[in-house]
Design a protein around this ligand. Structure first.
Ligand SMILES: Nc1ncnc2c1ncn2[C@@H]1O[C@H](COP(=O)(O)OP(=O)(O)O)[C@@H](O)[C@H]1O
Ligand SMILES: [Mg+2]
Length: 374
């Protein structure tokens, strides 16, 4: 594939100049740590003959800091002290840090925002990159925002006729006015047990199971600490299967894999991200028809939110073989133990080739989107 830099230099193949790639990692969300581990894994796997990497970290309190120190400082957050020193930004909140970070990013040909959750995967930084006019890896503003807000994603999936878990959208205002209302709604529809999650969190933050009205009130109070909206869903006994999608207008789904948590009643934060607490089985040990169905649904879900670049689409697989769409993650984890790169590798790509592909897709979307300005 031919890849062009901002100034039309050809970057792929045997060219002298490397593509300058801003790798933005960290961030304010609960997935800060995963993002840092993903970033160091991406750095390890990027072809250094093709790319000049420009790492820019975001601290947990939201400071943007260019980082030129040793890469092995990234996963443990030791990069922060180093970057604060090298940028002369010792304290939180210095505007100078952001200025420097933006200048570093603007010198790049492409951006890879390996950021999860709020302010990373929700369309906000994607909006900034659009304004900067630099190609970036992953979904655009709308798809990112829609994928992040589970209530809007559900509405899009419903419109597209995709099978998913029954749900009720709860708002903080209504819950505070009439706490019993949602218990009545659950009893009048799918019944208990049910599952509650904040609309916009991720990493299983604020999620919980409720067996009865009292537990539902407690679960809603917890979920609504994190957001002004929550989803109440029918509780599903199931296995969890994840499918990686790659592409822009013609998305392709890798063969799905199964996540098996070890010793947890649901797939929670620790079992998801702490190595050794979950295992990936690729391809998922389900009948071939189910694998094919999941691949098809994953592409449909990706299209339903207007996805581009990549996403990981997560499913529930019930004992009777029913497949239900759970959620879409527009910037999945990229650590050694993350499902998305594992699915790509199982499909025949190397980790490095996967990164090349995603960067190539960023350029092709950028070229297509530019047409609107003519
Ligand atoms: N309706 C449900 N029934 C049973 N378990 C659920 C349900 N929804 C979510 N879970 C469990 O909670 C985990 C987190 O929920 P999910 O919707 O994937 O949110 P996120 O990963 O963004 O936190 C899932 O991986 C699954 O283990
Ligand atoms: Mg999930």
């Amino acid at each position: 594939m031919l890849v062009l830099a901002n100034d039309n230099r050809e970057i792929s193949g045997n060219t002298a100049k490397k593509l300058k790639l801003a790798l933005i990692f960290g961030g304010r969300s609960t997935e800060h740590e995963v993002s840092c581990v993903s970033a160091s894994c991406i750095i390890k796997n990027l072809d250094k003959t093709k790319y000049e990497i420009v790492p820019v970290g975001i601290t947990r309190d939201g400071d943007w800091l260019p980082f030129t120190g040793p890469y092995d400082l990234i996963p443990g957050d030791d990069w922060i002290e180093y970057a604060r020193k090298e940028n002369d930004c010792p304290r939180h909140g210095s505007k100078r840090c952001l200025d420097k970070a933006l200048r570093a990013i603007q010198s790049c040909d492409c951006i890879f925002p390996i950021l999860h959750g709020l302010n990373g995967e929700d369309g906000t930084v994607q909006g900034l990159f659009e304004l900067l006019g630099i190609p970036y890896v992953g979904c655009g503003v709308f798809a990112s925002a829609c994928g992040m807000d589970k209530t809007f994603a559900k509405i899009q999936f419903e419109k597209a006729g995709l099978p998913q878990v029954d749900f009720i959208i709860a708002t903080k205002a209504t819950f505070e006015n009439d706490p019993g209302r949602y218990a009545a709604a659950v009893e009048g529809s799918f019944g208990f047990p049910c599952f509650v999650k904040p609309a916009n969190c991720g990493s299983s933050v604020g999620v919980g199971k409720a067996e009865n009205a009292e537990e539902l009130t407690a679960a809603l109070a917890e979920a609504l600490k994190y957001d002004s909206k929550a989803l109440i869903e029918q509780y599903i006994e199931c296995r969890e299967i994840e499918c990686g999608v790659i592409g822009n207008d013609d998305p392709y789904a890798f063969a799905p894999g199964e996540v098996r948590p070890v010793d947890n009643y649901f797939y929670d934060y620790d079992s998801k991200y702490v190595d050794g607490l979950s295992e990936c089985v690729i391809p998922a040990a389900v009948p071939p028809e189910a694998l094919e169905k999941i691949r098809k649904l994953a592409v449909q879900a990706f299209r339903a939110i207007g996805g581009s670049g990549l996403s990981r689409v997560d499913f529930f697989y019930k004992k009777d073989g029913t497949v239900l769409l759970n959620e879409i993650n527009t910037m999945p984890g990229f650590t050694e133990c993350s499902m998305y790169p594992k699915l790509a590798v199982a499909d025949g790509l190397s980790y490095g080739e996967l990164l090349d592909r995603l960067i190539g897709l960023a350029f092709s979307r950028f070229e297509e989107d530019k047409r609107c300005f003519k």
